[in-house]
Design a protein around this ligand. Structure first.
Ligand code: GLN
Length: 238
């Protein structure tokens, strides 16, 4: 049984990132995996899960979410083997600190060595990133810029938009995947949902699905990059 938890959608759900859970669960079910998609609501104990999905949020809810996650010993869950897929505010709160409007600095969960500071202006708009050798599409909307510590790998290389502000997007550290891309990004990039499933289930690769989402990914890519049609799946990945 694969348990997928959406964490505090009331706080970290401003941009429809809850859709990431639906996509992950549905793509697993279509591969005959037994799935439980659960929601950890604000005020309730954090559920046990194989993967936690953290979405984006405004500054105030983001600060509340970090204190609730600290109380819930979220970091220990990751140390115990849980995977995390985090978007934007979710990304920022996993770092050591982040500053919000007004430049006040807050302690993050310290799961990853990364510091987020305010940029001179908000980054808002289409967002295109190369992850491995595959193009990820989405949009971004954030005021923070993130510096990764030495040895922390980025999630991807930015082609369009700002991401961390240094030409890279997010970070990838052990079982933590974190990006600035909203979308919901797994609905826009089904191949990324499949990569996560491979990681979670120990699969080397997975057969692609002939879904509407997969077809739309190709169309979106053509518009955003004007590169022509490109397979959403890497060579040799089925
Ligand atoms: N509040 C954070 C920022 O503005 C994150 C925003 C978001 O999650 N979209 O940087």
């Amino acid at each position: 049984m694969l348990t997928i938890a959406q964490v505090y959608p009331e706080l970290l759900g401003t941009y429809g990132d809850g859709g990431n859970g639906l996509v992950l669960a549905e793509r697993a079910r279509r591969r005959d995996v037994e799935v439980r998609l659960v929601t950890s609501r604000f005020g309730e104990p954090l559920v046990d899960a194989d993967i936690y999905l953290l979405g984006g949020g405004e500054d105030g809810p983001q600060r509340l979410a970090v204190s609730l996650l600290r109380e819930a010993s979220f970091r220990a869950r990751i140390d115990d083997g849980a995977t995390v897929f985090a978007v934007c505010a979710g990304l920022q709160l996993l770092g050591t600190s982040f500053s919000v409007e007004g430049d006040d600095e807050f302690a993050g969960l310290g799961v990853v060595d990364a510091v987020t500071r305010r940029g001179a202006r908000r980054a808002v708009g289409d967002f295109v990133t190369v992850v491995g050798d595959t193009i990820m599409v989405g949009f971004e909307n954030h005021g923070g810029m993130t510096n990764r510590g030495d040895g922390v790998a980025p999630f991807g290389a930015v082609q369009r938009g700002r991401g961390n502000g240094d030409g890279h997007d997010g970070f990838r550290a052990n079982r933590v995947w974190a990006t600035y891309a909203h979308g919901p990004v797994l609905a826009l990039n089904p191949w990324l949902a499949d990569d996560l499933l491979c990681e979670l289930l120990g699969w080397k690769s997975v057969e692609p699905l002939a879904s509407v989402a997969d077809r739309l990914y190709n169309e979106r890519l053509r518009v955003l990059t004007r590169r022509g049609n490109r397979s959403p799946h890497r060579p040799g990945r089925g």
